[in-house]
Ligand binder design. Structure first.
Ligand code: HEM
Ligand code: HEM
Length: 213
């Protein structure tokens, strides 16, 4: 390879990553993922692990409170007003080509529905947890303050509805990210770690740069 060719290859690789997720959203996301993993493990374990379960649960409540506020005042991709979509927009998104999908910044319309469902399920799980009673090792702090039938219902929801629903949503979440990465060749993970993503066509050839100048 001639020297000039090598230079061209190197300069072609100069890319301009675009900011996607601000650092508070990224920190929120990874703390949430850790806390939910801890909640599933401690919830399954029961017994002495329940005091840690409650601490993780309060952590999730705090994180969800932060995300609610950040959905109004965060950077554009973090805002609900930017990513909440109508069913018509979901259908329109499915019809986009792979390259158009690759250039989508932030949550896609179907992704936005999944994110809102996951956040709602987590909030319902944390709130029912506060009223739950395992009748062995741990009682949620609000269990005694509400009628017994509420506490029984909350415990049933927490174990029989919320838990499988959240586990299913996490499986769907990870499958969707793997589908984008492996089948569509659209890597979403890097942006949730580093904040930025290189878009299709953002690789600028040296010659184009000179023409621009
Ligand atoms: C318990 C585990 C997890 C939960 C509860 C969770 C939840 C979420 C939520 C709520 C969002 C939306 C972020 C926001 O707008 O605030 C999100 C986005 C995202 N998550 Fe997770 N997550 C989990 C695990 C993971 C893991 C293990 C990965 C990596 C493989 C991952 C990769 C991503 C990516 C790449 C996005 C951005 C998707 C996009 O571009 O639209 N998540 N996740
Ligand atoms: C989003 C947050 C939460 C998640 C994902 C979660 C998840 C779980 C899971 C997976 C279990 C095991 C259920 C089973 O035995 O099949 C469990 C049990 C339990 N959780 Fe949570 N939890 C959360 C928040 C809380 C909070 C905030 C509290 C109270 C402070 C709480 C109190 C309980 C209690 C008392 C049980 C035992 C129920 C029983 O075995 O009868 N949880 N949780």
């Amino acid at each position: 390879m001639a020297f000039n060719d090598r230079m061209t290859v190197q300069q072609n690789e100069v890319s301009q990553p675009i900011p996607v997720w601000d650092w508070p959203v990224r920190l929120f996301h990874w703390l949430l993922a850790l806390a939910v993993a801890g909640l599933v493990l401690t919830g399954q374990e029961g017994g002495d692990a329940m005091s840690q379960h409650a601490l993780f649960g309060y952590g999730v409540l705090g994180l969800l409170g932060f995300r609610l506020i950040w959905g109004f005042i965060g950077s554009p991709t973090a805002r609900f007003s930017q990513f909440l979509a109508s069913p018509r927009q979901v259908l329109a998104y499915w019809r986009l080509s792979r390259d158009e999908k690759a250039n989508w910044l932030g949550h896609s319309p179907p992704g936005a529905y999944a994110v809102m469902l996951m956040l709602t399920l987590l909030l319902a799980q944390a709130l029912t947890g506060l009223m739950a009673d395992d009748e062995i090792a741990f009682t949620g702090p609000l269990a005694a303050a509400v009628p017994g039938s509420w506490s029984a219902w909350a415990t049933w929801y927490h174990k029989s509805i919320g838990k499988p629903a959240i586990l299913s949503m996490i499986a769907l979440h990870l499958s969707a990210i793997a589908y984008y990465a492996i089948i569509l060749r659209i890597p979403l993970l890097g942006a949730m770690i580093f904040g930025k993503r290189e878009l299709q066509g953002s690789r600028v050839k040296a010659s184009e740069r000179q023409n621009d100048a």
